[in-house]
Design a protein around this ligand. Structure first.
Ligand SMILES: NC(=O)c1ccc[n+]([C@@H]2O[C@H](COP(=O)([O-])OP(=O)(O)OC[C@H]3O[C@@H](n4cnc5c(N)ncnc54)[C@H](OP(=O)(O)O)[C@@H]3O)[C@@H](O)[C@H]2O)c1
Length: 256
């Protein structure tokens, strides 16, 4: 039995991964953005052990999620799943003055990684679209470029792989990996998504708990439990260092 935290598990792939882990007998903590979604998650996943609550677009609320998680004791695995998609028509700004897609998709997993007692396994949800991501760190908040929601999403998913690979290097005692789930019919994927929805939640659960030697690796990227190549920037030391430094500067929280 493993203790697993899944962010963004009131819906979609996060809920599916949480449900399969509960069904397999693991102790699962789910995460919801607010009290209303906490009720939804509790009703949908009555077997979950705990719920932590907080809006990941807010630095203060993300820090609170980390505090709530730490109060529950150390996790064996954390699946960084919560994200927003590429449908924003304009640059949404958070209460901290950040581009919302960067705040939720990149800064929040950075902050939770930095603040929650390191687990044995870290899993970051990326996307095949990360290969179209731009690793340029000079305009992470989309203040200089005209808004492009698709590009902002692709960039954020590239930075999720950068985070996963940076952590794999910095924390050798933690297995840190990323994956793409396929294009599947969740709220984010839309009703016409072509890939197999059931398979979309398998790899993250497998990376979280499996004793399969193929899952007990670090600094790897997967699609349907198979290794896949990434955008080369994900392994670039200067981009890893730059992204971690940018997240630390924006949040005031250093990676331990
Ligand atoms: N679906 C696809 O085709 C696809 C493809 C590639 C990668 N992915 C990745 O897979 C992961 C899961 O996506 P999904 O398809 O399951 O999306 P989804 O159905 O939209 O679910 C996203 C989850 O994140 C939560 N979330 C979003 N913003 C949040 C915030 N500010 N604070 C707290 N929670 C927040 C949502 O909460 P609410 O339910 O309250 O909104 C929801 O639980 C994401 O990382 C996504 O980038 C998905």
């Amino acid at each position: 039995m493993a203790r697993v935290l899944v962010t963004g598990s009131a819906d979609g792939l996060g809920m599916m991964a949480a449900r399969s882990l509960v069904d397999d007998g693991h102790e699962v903590t789910v995460h919801a953005r607010n009290d209303e979604r906490r009720r939804d998650a509790s009703l949908a996943l009555p077997g979950a052990a705990n719920v932590v609550v907080g809006d990941l677009s807010s630095i203060a609320e993300t820090i609170s999620v980390a505090d709530q998680a730490n109060a529950l004791g150390r996790f064996d695995a954390i699946i960084h799943n919560a994200a927003i998609g590429n449908r924003e028509r304009g640059r949404l700004e958070t209460s901290d003055g950040l581009a919302a897609i960067f705040a939720v998709n990149v800064l929040a997993p950075y902050l939770l990684t930095a603040l929650i007692t390191p687990p044995s396994r870290l899993i970051y949800l990326s996307s095949g679209l990360h290969r179209s991501g731009n690793p340029d760190l000079s305009d992470l908040q989309w203040l200089k470029r005209p808004w492009d929601g698709s590009q902002a999403y692709s960039d954020s998913k590239l930075f999720d792989v950068v985070l996963a690979f940076a952590l794999a290097k910095r924390w050798p005692e933690t297995l840190s990996n990323a994956l793409e789930p396929g294009w599947v019919a969740t709220k984010m994927g839309g009703p016409n998504a072509p890939d197999d929805l059931a398979l979309g939640a398998v790899t993250q659960s497998w990376l979280a708990v499996s004793d399969d030697p193929s899952a007990a690796v670090s600094g790897a990227y997967f699609f349907h439990q198979q290794r896949r190549a990434t955008h080369p920037a994900a392994s670039d030391q200067s981009i890893q260092d730059g992204l971690l430094a940018a997240c630390a500067a924006l949040s005031g929280v250093e990676l331990p």
